[in-house]
Design a protein around this ligand. Structure first.
Ligand code: PMP
Length: 366
């Protein structure tokens, strides 16, 4: 068996130790005589799996007691609809647009606002700057009466990340953050947010699962037309199990949480992510063959887009990379070029192998 260094933006590489453990437990989980996929979601075995996953996630992120964790389905995209259904409550919501994903969230909220009897405002956008930097405070037009302010703290396609909590916009309204592509990459202060959500397929586990962390006072305000399955309060009251949850995805997420704890928790994980991203950015900045166009203070540690200055070499670059066991480096079609997604499961050795390949390719083609 040969495992490649997989730089996919998602579904992304999972820690090898997690995959090995899942393989070992596939046919018989802890003497249950069956695998996790085959268990009742209401039985004592799966109940212990979900309770452990919640406890570990809570410990990793330091989730305060007045927040609830939900394991839902439909990916992060379903949250684009579920958030206004639950939080708009006939009022107005502000949206910041800093890349493709926050633009999609804004579009879906606008699509639903009328039916929900509310309104949605664009409170700031970097679209004319090509989504290559964070918003500046003077570009914000915040409504202090908004029901919530939505933002995406790591734009997966454009490689723009907001890390500094001091830079979070403050209008005194609940912040709702899409953290799909950088959750669990470093410690955060959950209490800065009203709601955090993240699709699982980057730093958590299998796609389809979405984790929602919501402050309790935001539950119970769903619009009357909200389907029961989409009502956060109902899901919270039923331990995310109004219906059959994505049991296997939750189990894998639980293994990932335990793996993160074994790494030393999120402070240790962050140190590793700093080392990995610095290695690649330092190389890019020293090169006149490659370039990254994101403003230095806005650069993501998880998703690093880069261009070859001579785009005619793109296909040769990608073919050579694949042959060297470095896969999924093609950039998103909306930005072109390349993108290295280096989530928690990507080891430093993988980034080193990429930098070595890039150096060698530029020497041969420069
Ligand atoms: N938000 C962000 C920041 C993402 O990166 C993605 C997926 N790449 C999504 C939302 C959509 O996630 P899903 O496909 O799980 O709906």
């Amino acid at each position: 068996m040969t495992r490649v260094y997989n730089f996919s933006a998602g579904p992304a590489a999972l820690p090898e130790a997690v995959l090995r453990q899942a393989a070992e437990e596939m046919l018989d989980w802890h003497g249950a005589g069956c695998g996790v996929m085959e268990m009742s979601h209401r039985g004592k075995e799966f109940t212990s799996i979900v309770e452990q996953a919640e406890a570990d996630l809570s410990e990793l992120l330091g989730i305060p007691d007045n927040y609830r964790m939900l394991f839902l389905q439909g990916g992060a995209t379903q949250q684009f609809a579920q958030i206004p259904m639950n939080l708009l409550a006939g009022g107005s919501a502000d949206y910041l647009v800093t890349g493709t994903w926050s633009k999609k969230a804004y579009g879906e909220a606008k699509h639903l606002a009328g039916a929900l009897g509310g309104a949605v405002r664009l409170a700031g956008s970097t679209e004319t700057a090509g989504f290559t930097r964070l918003l500046r405070p003077d570009e914000l037009d915040l409504d202090p009466r908004a029901r919530y302010l939505h933002l995406c703290t790591n734009e997966t396609i454009h490689g723009v990340e907001l890390r500094d909590a001091n830079l979070l916009p403050d209008a005194g309204v609940p912040l709702v953050a899409d953290m799909s592509s950088h959750i669990l990459s470093r410690p955060i202060d959950v209490s800065c947010y009203g709601l955090i959500y993240a699709g699982a397929q980057k730093n958590i586990g299998p796609s389809g699962l979405v984790v929602v962390i919501v402050r309790e006072d935001l539950l119970g305000h769903a619009a009357p037309m909200t389907p029961t399955m989409m009502d956060y309060r109902v899901m919270a009251e039923n331990g995310s199990m109004l219906n059959t949850p994505p049991t296997y995805a939750i189990y894998i997420a639980g293994l990932v949480f335990r793996w993160l704890k074994a790494q030393g928790g999120l402070a240790a994980v962050e140190a590793n992510n700093v080392a990995k991203s610095n290695l690649l950015y330092d190389f890019l900045d020293a090169s006149d063959f490659y370039e990254n166009r994101v403003a230095h203070d806005s650069r993501s540690r998880m998703n690093i887009p880069f261009l070859l200055r001579d785009a005619a070499l793109n296909d040769a670059f990608l073919a050579g990379a694949t042959a060297a066991g470095l896969t999924q480096l093609k950039g998103h079609k909306s930005v072109g070029g390349m993108r290295a997604s280096i989530y928690n499961a990507m080891p430093l050795a993988g980034v080193q192998a990429l930098v070595d390949y890039m150096r060698d390719f530029s020497a041969r083609n420069g």
